[in-house]
Design a protein around this ligand. Structure first.
Ligand SMILES: *Cc1c(COP(=O)(O)O)cnc(C)c1O
Length: 381
């Protein structure tokens, strides 16, 4: 019985999915658009505390549309954290613009306000401000949004909040995804709720969201025939998948609670080992703890994250490295990067020492015991 595979963050069904999807099927709404799409948009916007939302085929599509709506053009620059999944940055390239990568700070692992300020000073001296700043809330942890927002406001540059990993996270009493001009969510299979694949763009700017829906449905002009005066995309979420999303959203609070419990249990069991540091929780924020992540200090423990991952893999347990910083990616080798401090690159340190553990909301206590026992064994080698 100890043989089953334990995944990092597998989809977790609530039991309501079938009913919601059957209703959609029975009404023959097997199409992009439809009542579930509208309702999913309303329900998610309400949950997050934004005026509206546009349901899309992926989180990547949502970032892409946000950039389009902010009129990002070839030759423009966009600031983006280095320590994130590449989907945060790829849409910048789709628009022919240039990502400038910003380091992390140690308190939240997210965008360093200090490095961001340095980047702004550097580019404003050149007379070239970024068109947008993408902020990511990594592994469910909110970035230092107050400080970041103050800097962006000073330079009058809008924020796109990539909350793909942080649905349900709270920062200073407000929900994650509600801090920028646009917020982005993902419902990919590994996220805290899933539609198998999907995303959402949220905003208080209802006109912009209308434009997003227009662009996401091939930019059809209001004419009696197919007429197009702009290039659009096929980015809408289907009515069936929106039904799945609505069912999943019903249990978001339980999901957050469960992932936080999983995190706490890991900390209780292995947090007292010298050299092990779990991802901290930012001041005045409640993380959804999408993934439990920790660092292993090589000065204290001689076992590397790579070795832990290998050992767990042998026992059919999936653990992963922290995102490899984008400024270290071959595809971005020519892009500019601003470190946290001249002599301290936080994102590289986190990458070298960091590890993500199985954290899915369907993880059982027995399964987690298995993971914990193995990690203890490996670390004591
Ligand atoms: C998952 C993820 C995305 C992309 O979402 P998709 O729905 O997979 O396109 C973007 N940014 C971050 C930080 C993510 O984790």
């Amino acid at each position: 019985m100890n043989e089953e595979k334990i995944l990092l963050s597998p989809p977790h069904l609530t039991g309501k999915e079938k009913q919601f999807m059957e209703e959609a099927l029975d009404s023959n709404w097997v199409a992009p658009l439809g009542p579930n799409v509208d309702l999913f948009e309303q329900e998610l916007a309400e949950y997050v505390g934004m005026k509206g939302a546009a349901a899309l085929s992926s989180g990547t599509a949502a970032i892409h549309l946000a950039l389009r709506l902010l009129n990002v053009q070839p030759g423009d620059i966009v600031f983006c954290p280095s320590l994130t999944f590449i989907a945060s940055a790829n849409p910048i390239i789709y628009e022919g613009a240039e990502p400038v990568f910003i380091d992390s700070e140690a308190e939240t692992w997210n965008m360093s306000p200090q490095a961001l300020e340095n980047a702004f000073v550097h580019y404003s001296q050149k007379g070239k401000l970024p068109k947008a700043v993408i902020v990511v809330n990594l592994y469910g942890q909110s970035a230092q949004l107050d400080q970041i927002n103050a800097i962006c406001e000073k330079y009058n540059v809008p924020i796109i909040e990539d909350a793909a990993e942080s649905l349900g996270t709270v920062y200073k009493g407000k929900k994650s995804g509600s801090f920028g001009r646009f917020g982005v969510f993902s419902f990919n299979g590994n996220k805290i709720i899933t539609t198998s694949g999907g995303g959402m763009l949220v905003s208080n700017d209802l006109e912009a969201l209308k434009k997003a829906r227009f662009l996401a449905a091939q930019a059809k002009d209001p004419a009696p025939y197919y007429e197009h005066s702009e290039i659009g995309y096929n980015y809408r979420l289907s009515n069936i998948l929106a039904a799945l999303g609505r069912a999943q959203l019903l249990q978001i609070e339980e999901r957050v609670e469960k992932r936080r419990q999983i995190f706490k249990r890991y900390v209780d069991e292995i947090g007292n080992q010298p050299g092990i540091v779990f991802m901290p929780e930012g001041k005045e924020s409640i993380s959804n703890r999408w993934l439990t992540t920790l660092t292993i200090d090589p000065k204290v423990i001689s076992v590397s994250p790579f070795e832990v991952i290998k050992a767990l893999e042998k026992e059919k347990i999936e653990a992963r490295h922290i995102w490899k910083p984008l400024h270290l990616q071959p595809v971005f080798k020519n892009n500019t990067f601003f470190p946290h401090k001249q002599d301290k690159v936080v994102s590289e340190e986190l990458f070298e020492q960091g590890l993500c553990l199985p954290s899915g909301s369907s993880l059982t206590e027995d399964q987690q015991d298995r993971v914990i026992k193995l990690i203890k064994q490996v670390l004591s080698r």
